[in-house]
Ligand binder design. Structure first.
Ligand SMILES: *[C@@H]1O[C@H](CO)[C@@H](O)[C@H](O)[C@H]1NC(C)=O
Ligand SMILES: *[C@@H]1O[C@H](CO)[C@@H](O)[C@H](O)[C@H]1NC(C)=O
Ligand SMILES: *[C@@H]1O[C@H](CO)[C@@H](O)[C@H](O)[C@H]1NC(C)=O
Length: 127
């Protein structure tokens, strides 16, 4: 019974210490919301557009300050990278609209974690 209790206590302490590794490093996860494109945006293949996100809530110390923008389709993130290695604090970055099948797409902005844009339309080629 005593051993069981010690194990139980250890498990709790271990769980607590694992729950706050980020705060111990004094760095914060930053997942800024995408503000453009919106759900009414229509892009045509080959155009250049400025993807925009809100950096007003950025913490002082960011874990990963480099961003990447990928295309998402049918609820899945595709391997198609539209931009990579830019400063996530810029709040905007130009991308060239890829040539895809016409339809509804989303963007994912990766920093520490991913944030999705709403679904918007890309005009490419008919299915
Ligand atoms: C940010 O990092 C610096 C240097 O590591 C540290 O001195 C400072 O306290 C941190 N600030 C916050 C708000 O975590
Ligand atoms: C598009 O976004 C606006 C503003 O956030 C919202 O009011 C509207 O319901 C959205 N429309 C669709 C089709 O999701
Ligand atoms: C994107 O931003 C650049 C720099 O601010 C600006 O010159 C350009 O006109 C913008 N493009 C669009 C499509 O808004």
């Amino acid at each position: 019974m005593k051993n069981y209790f010690a194990f139980f206590l250890f498990t709790i302490l271990f769980t607590i210490s694992n729950a706050f590794p980020v705060s111990l490093l004094r760095r914060d996860v930053f997942v800024p919301p995408i503000t453009y494109p919106t759900n009414t945006t229509v892009w045509n293949k080959g155009e250049v557009h400025n993807v925009t996100w809100d950096v007003s809530q950025a913490p002082v110390n960011i874990t990963n300050k480099f961003g990447r923008i990928q295309l998402r389709s049918g609820g899945l993130t595709t391997p198609l990278i539209l931009a990579d290695g830019f400063d996530i604090l810029l709040g905007t970055y130009p991308v060239t609209v890829p040539w895809v099948i016409t339809g509804e797409y989303q963007l994912v902005l990766f920093g520490d974690s991913g944030n999705f844009s709403p679904e918007f339309t890309i005009n490419g080629s008919p299915q």
